[in-house]
Design a protein around this ligand. Structure first.
Ligand SMILES: Cc1cc2nc3c(=O)[nH]c(=O)nc-3n(C[C@H](O)[C@H](O)[C@H](O)COP(=O)(O)OP(=O)(O)OC[C@H]3O[C@@H](n4cnc5c(N)ncnc54)[C@H](O)[C@@H]3O)c2cc1C
Length: 380
């Protein structure tokens, strides 16, 4: 069986790995001219953890995990308000979850896939024709490829979805915020290794995150109505009055290697497959960073897709239907969570901000801290 996968992000690479393990041959078309890498720190767990274990990549992922020893909440001028300690953060994460740089998940998957799948960089899909027993796809390099299954793993602004399912606007649900993230060239001197500092004020959040191996990532999340959204340069206007590491991060914006800048939007797609074309990852169900689970769902979803194809040999429609019935409740639960978090994320009103941060402030006090550490660890 042959699969054409569009997109070599976490979802595309994980699907290629799992399908190879199920005996499939995979060709991946990736629009970027080379591997992307970098990114931002994510929490990896849940069905992603189980999927990674099943695919045999969990030890390599764990090797690249980083530990946060302190999460400090600061005022806009940088002075400390309160902080969560390493053990409290670890207790809330649980044993079957860890923090890792997004690009490191991609790197582990790439290493596992590069010998077994063909990856064509600087290539996208331009036309897709469904056939009775397969799919014919025209790629931007001029080639025409036949596959038993075409997998759209090309993210939030998926070209596969646009070609087969219809325009993005039909499925996109904007959550009223925008995000910009990039790696710093070197970790700021004012950020102790292993720590994260965060400022929230006036509908804006800034964080500087130490992501292991002496690397740091700058994160900006803010209400979309604060700026027009035409370019990351608007961060200067939105964050110009903040202190601490904000000026340094803004200075690095100009020279950052790759800046992730987008609206925070969910994809609500009624059915994830049409015939022999299926969407996976953010292209299908983007839950957003508010749910903090997109990488986990991408890996877990890929693993379950491989299992469904193995359980229904020779009957792709049945495999896709079974896979979606199994995975959809988890994706919808996380989308619901994302929409709930949207309501309390970076409030403009200072009183509301205090209220939303009250549980965190309590968790930073010694007696509550001990309780959390003890109780959460017992449950696992
Ligand atoms: C700031 C932030 C924090 C996050 N935190 C977490 C977290 O804590 N936990 C968690 O689990 N998840 C988190 N996520 C979500 C997670 O990063 C994504 O859900 C996950 O990486 C999904 O991967 P994907 O492969 O579906 O999409 P993408 O990563 O978008 O990959 C898509 C790939 O397809 C390529 N592509 C795009 N268009 C085309 C085209 N037309 N043709 C060919 N190739 C194309 C792209 O270049 C890219 O390589 C976070 C996301 C953000 C933005």
């Amino acid at each position: 069986m042959r699969a054409l996968i569009v997109g070599a992000g976490i979802a595309g690479l994980a699907t290629a790995l799992r399908l190879h393990q199920a005996g499939w041959q995979c060709l991946i078309a990736e629009r970027a001219p080379q591997r992307r890498g970098g990114g931002y720190g994510v929490t990896f767990g849940g069905i992603g953890y189980d999927g990674a274990q099943n695919m045999g990549i969990l030890p390599a992922l764990r090797n690249r995990a980083f530990t946060t020893t302190e999460l400090a909440y600061r005022r806009p001028d940088g002075t400390r308000r309160f902080a969560l300690t390493g053990p409290t953060i670890a207790a809330t994460l649980g044993k079957k979850a860890f923090n890792i740089l997004r690009g490191d998940i991609e790197a582990v998957l790439y290493d596992a896939v590069e010998q077994t799948a063909e990856i064509r960089f600087a290539t996208t899909v331009t036309a897709i024709e469904q056939e009775p027993d397969g799919v014919e796809a025209t790629l931007s390099d001029g080639s025409v490829e036949h596959a038993d299954l075409l997998i759209g793993a090309d993210g939030l602004h998926s070209a596969t979805r646009a070609l087969v399912f219809g325009p993005e606007e039909r499925y996109r649900r904007d959550l009223g915020h925008r995000v910009a993230v990039y790696m710093m060239r070197r970790p700021p001197a004012d950020l102790a290794p292993g720590t994260t500092g965060s400022i929230s004020s006036g509908g804006r959040t800034f964080a500087m995150v130490s992501v292991g191996d002496g690397r740091a990532a700058a994160f900006f999340g803010y209400r979309s109505d604060l700026a027009p959204g035409t370019s990351p340069e608007e961060l200067h206007d939105v964050y110009g009055d903040m202190g601490w590491l904000v000026p340094l991060a803004l200075e690095e914006l100009k020279s950052a290697e790759s800046v992730y800048f987008d609206t925070i939007s969910q994809m609500v797609v009624d059915r994830w497959s049409r015939g022999r074309v299926v969407l996976v990852g953010d292209a299908a169900w983007c839950v957003t960073l508010f749910a903090g689970y997109g990488s986990s769902l991408a890996v877990g979803g890929a693993d379950r897709l491989g299992s469904a194809l193995q359980t229904h040999p020779g009957d792709i429609p049945a495999a896709l239907a079974a896979w979606e019935a199994d995975l959809r409740p988890e994706a919808e639960r996380k989308q619901k969570l994302g929409r709930r978090v949207k309501g309390v994320y970076a409030p403009r009103n200072p009183l509301l901000l205090e209220l939303t941060q009250l549980p965190l402030r309590l968790a930073s006090c010694k007696p509550v801290r001990r309780l959390i550490e003890r109780n959460l660890q017992i449950e696992q």
